[in-house]
Ligand binder design. Sequence first.
Ligand code: HEM
Length: 459
Amino acid sequence: MASEAQIGANIQAADVFKLEVSDVQATVLRPRPRPYKGEYVILRIDEATQGREMLRRLIPHVAPADDWWVPSLPGWLGIAFTYQGLKALGLPQASLESFHKEFREGMAARAAVLNDVGDNDPSNWEYPFGTEDMHVALAIYSKDDKSLETVLERARQSHHQLPGISVVYRLKFSELPEGRNPFGFKDGLHNPHVEGSGVPVHAGYGTAIKPGEFIMGYPDELGETANSPEPAVLRRNGTFLAFRKFHTRVAAFRKYLSEQASSPEEEELLAAKMVGRWRSGAPLVLAPERDDPKLGADPNRNNVFSYDDDTRGLKCPFSSHIRRVNPRDALKNDLVATNLHYFLRRGTNYGPPLPAGVLEDDGAERGGVFLLIGAHLQRQFEFVQSQWVADGNFINHGTEQDPILGNNQADGVFTIPKHPLRRRLHGLPQFVTVRGGEYCFMPGLRALKWMAGLDAEHP
Ligand code: HEM
């Protein structure tokens, strides 16, 4: 394994401002394959030397963002570590202490900030979320079942005959028909444009955002370059992710819509008002009256809109999901600030779709797992979740929450601006429940080698 000094010299040689795409993990910059089959595997490390051996075996298969179909695998592997995982792997104390507080504390400890209360309270989360047993998260994506099995087998071999490593959680995921989420909406339509990433950009993705917002080692939108965690080799080309597993209450969503609407057309309109897009993906700002599936399916048009054309929210409500979580140019005096709250979204769906027309819950587990990726957990994921999802103050809506993500107890409110009188929906139940989550650090490839070589550095 390369020594810290060697790796340091390589970093010096690299142009510090040019994004080293070949050293960033594919999961950070690349959209997942389409269609996709995959699995999240969570591991616990009880023995540090075995943890590092596992890492050494896995590293050749971790996909870099420039060459993401590593020839050795018919799939794509990403690896991330929780704070407890870094500890279990034997990271030096000084390094552990250099991580930001929110990462060290973990997502469950941040429940009050994230409004993870009621059904979303960490005491209701699935094992191992919220415990100290979640150490390493593997995200495996493939095109089909056969390829997935091959990658999983490789992952299994990485801890073969290493009794100090155990699998504590597995979750299979796959694409739903037409790339929809369990509620029936097209997903994965918008992500910020990372300057220098070389990833194809569609019209309407907005201005390029400085790479330091998403990947450590480069200047961010404030012109600052992250100086933790230590040492530099560990942080360069690394990032953080908020892993969130949601259960979606699809029958409750359908039932609520049917109770509020007097026709199937009105049901569709109310659903679109809640999300800010029709189920096809067509944005309300461009298609305010009725769905436009061709627009929804066109990646070069379905993001080309501005809230400047809708300053009163008559087309797309201020409180709709997409207008809250990405206000684009709507926060007029705050354009730079909006750029400080972007993250990259990698979402996947699990569970069977609820058959069309069913309004009663069938008891099946279905939902989405989101990886919300950025260099600044606090001012990105935590800010958006606490200020823009769980509160309505920033749009002068008091305590009104995001209609899709809010953890209302049949007491939620959703405001739809309308002329001459606004419409206000009452009694919103909780449509989405948090089943668990954790903050993870996703290192660059050189950093992974440094971590795997810690025995040599710190015998
Ligand atoms: C089960 C949970 C969720 C559902 C059903 C959901 C649904 C959607 C849908 C349908 C879209 C529009 C299509 C797209 O661009 O992908 C969207 C966009 C988005 N969502 Fe979510 N979402 C969920 C969770 C979250 C969470 C937890 C966050 C962050 C706190 C988030 C942030 C975003 C962002 C930033 C966009 C892009 C908005 C834009 O610029 O158009 N979502 N979501």
